[in-house]
Design a protein around this ligand. Sequence first.
Ligand SMILES: [Zn+2]
Length: 239
Amino acid sequence: MKRLLLAAFAVLLTLPALAAERVAVPRPANFVTAEEWGSKPDPLPDSRRHTPRFVTLHHAGVTWTTDRDPVTFIRNMQAWGKRRPEIEQPPRDTFWADLPYHFLIAPDGRIFEGRPLEYEPESNTKYDLAGHLGVEMMGNFEEQRPSPAQVESAVRLAAWLVSKYDLPLEAISTHAKVAKNQTTCPGRDFNRYCQGDPWPFRTWVEQVLHGEEPAIELGEPLEGGPTVLITETLPVAKP
Ligand SMILES: [Zn+2]
């Protein structure tokens, strides 16, 4: 009898865990579809189809300045991918029929739809691309700090994808971690949220998965920088 009571107590103890079950996370509100921004991809071959299993975070690695326009930036990247065989040297001269990333997040938090989710991404680094959903944040976080809106969109987007494909939190990673010793992407000022136990970024995603508001807290500027916010990076004056 005593054992039975203990068993019943154990069941009661698990109830709070059940209450924290995942909710179905909706697509973030500030979403711009490929059609809306005027995407013009070439067809992707069936050989590039994959099943999404990972959400992999990137930065563009290009310093963002306040005079830039996100839509122009994305259109140029898509056009460049298709022209790589003509303008790039090997091994960067492979043809990219569409954007290398599945999503691109602007400094104002807008999420632009890139490559269709059913196809693996592209990369100039070496790792098994199948299964990865590439989420790129515009800017260079070695030299500038992400905006709060950009980080919040990355969290809500990752939560939507993890929810949509029923992935574990550990499916969220960074380019530097999946392509070891090849890149610092997504940059010093973002990587700090993707380390420790648990990662702050995964904790914020988990909060969204539980139907809560993510308690995102961005740290003070790191010693040695970067110090300037992406939304405050002025264009370099032309001579
Ligand atoms: Zn990257």
